[in-house]
Design a protein around this ligand. Structure first.
Ligand SMILES: [Zn+2]
Length: 437
């Protein structure tokens, strides 16, 4: 059996650290030069093809030709684009909008976004687009220890959602993908796990919630865990959400993964330009501060320019001891999950990191109750699944937790303990923030 950890934080450096060493260790100045050339190519395509949506954006900013982009600083002249604008473009110019570099002719793969932030949009991938994603994905998963010939289970949702991109990337790497879907029904999960026990895969790439559910079910069924090769989900901690980062299938799916230095996910800067913008001023925030992830995809046919994906990230550009020269990024959460308390912006990660100290469970199950998105609160209300809920000790634990969280977050907090199974077991994208209206 191959002892294969999913991400490099769990492994020693392996025989070949990089999938494409010449790109991944390229001097920073060369990366910047490449970015400038590639950005100019995209601007040229937008203006000369033309691509109406992006042409309008560029003209609004006074950019009339690719030569108007003289340095990477000129990127900030281009207006930021939000998801709602892509939705509106698809509504006005159905079915695919007027923001595509290449339309139906030339498309090799189609998929929708998951719709977790509203109406899904369509993503079209050309051969060139797939090559960019697959190459990036291969770099990412190579870092984590995946190698050609391995059999890899993944449980991304099936259907029109664009998860077949993940399957395609695993095939590109030369691994054998085993795509189970999320197995929403218990009977389905049982039959899938019994089958997997029979064929003994090399590794599971599961979201933490899926991992916990698959593992609990395998135990319940009394399956042979060595044969199934499903490790105990004991190494799931809140910060693990930065092990693998994405800007969504509509921008760039395989954005980056963490190296063995465990110091943020390296992002492929030869394929994208990263920015973290202040949500109020729209200006880039200093490295290390939280800002909204804004992406320009500089090699795709169906590209985006300064697309604000409304994720909250921190970017670091200081050298990483692993030798990769590309910037590192921490994904801290989504703008839609920000809870404003006394004008302080709090993310589920901030709460989860603190709750992590108070549970023996392999996954922290909690909810933050919010009046509505964007509302300001005078109190942070948290529900926390805990073995002592309903016991005589519950009151004192609640009080202690409320005080500890208040001290750490500098806002008033109340924590209510709830019994197991009160909080839904979502297997794909958990809803940690619940709006009460
Ligand atoms: Zn590194």
């Amino acid at each position: 059996m191959i002892d294969l950890p999913l991400f490099a934080r769990h492994v020693k450096p392996v025989e070949k650290s990089f999938y494409q060493p010449e790109i991944q260790t390229m001097p920073v100045d060369n990366i910047k030069q490449l970015q400038l050339e590639r950005l100019k190519n995209q601007v040229r395509a937008a203006l000369e093809k033309p691509i109406p949506f992006w042409k309008r954006k560029l003209e609004e900013s006074g950019i009339q030709s690719a030569d108007d982009i003289r340095s990477l600083d000129d990127l900030s002249r281009i207006p930021v684009t939000f998801k709602d604008e892509l939705r509106e473009s698809e509504r006005l110019h159905p079915p695919f909008g007027d923001y595509r570099g290449v339309g139906r002719e030339g498309t090799l793969k189609i998929g929708t976004t998951s719709g977790s932030t509203g109406v899904p949009t369509t993503t079209l991938w050309t051969k060139n687009d797939l090559e960019a994603e697959y190459m990036a994905g291969a770099r990412n998963y190579w870092r984590g220890g995946l190698r050609p010939g391995m059999w890899i289970v993944h449980a991304h949702p099936l259907g029109i959602y664009g998860s077949s991109l993940f399957t395609g990337m695993l095939e590109y790497m030369g691994t054998c993908p085993i795509t189970t879907g999320i197995c929403k029904e218990e009977a389905e999960l049982e039959s899938v796990l019994r089958y997997l026990e029979k064929i003994s895969p090399d590794y599971f790439t599961l979201f933490p919630t899926s991992h916990a559910r698959f593992y609990e079910k395998a135990l319940e069924l009394g399956l042979d865990l060595d044969k199934l090769n499903l490790p105990e989900p004991s190494t799931v901690w809140p910060e693990a959400q930065t092990d693998s980062v994405s800007s969504g299938i509509d921008a760039f799916a395989f954005l980056g993964t963490v190296c063995h230095e465990n110091n943020g996910a390296h992002v492929h800067e030869d394929l994208v330009i990263l920015e973290a913008l202040d949500p109020v001023t729209g200006n880039p925030v200093p490295d290390g501060e939280r800002g909204q992830l804004t992406i320009s995809t500089i090699t795709k046919d169906n590209f985006v320019l300064r697309y604000n994906v409304e994720d909250i990230v921190r970017i670091y550009r200081d050298p990483c001891p692993c030798g990769e020269t590309h910037a590192r990024m921490f994904f801290d959460g989504r703008e839609k999950d920000v809870i404003k308390v006394n004008n302080k912006r709090i993310l589920p990660l901030d709460v989860e990191t603190l709750l992590n100290k108070y549970t023996d469970s392999s996954i922290i199950r909690y909810q933050i109750l919010r009046k509505k998105k964007g509302a300001d609160h005078d109190l942070l209300r948290v529900r926390f699944e805990h073995a002592k809920a309903g016991t005589a000790e519950a009151d004192s634990i609640q009080t202690q937790l409320s005080n500890n969280l208040s001290d750490a977050l500098h806002v008033p907090v109340t924590v209510e303990l709830v019994a197991s199974d009160v909080i839904p077991r979502d297997t794909f994208k958990p809803m940690w923030v619940v709006d009460e209206i």
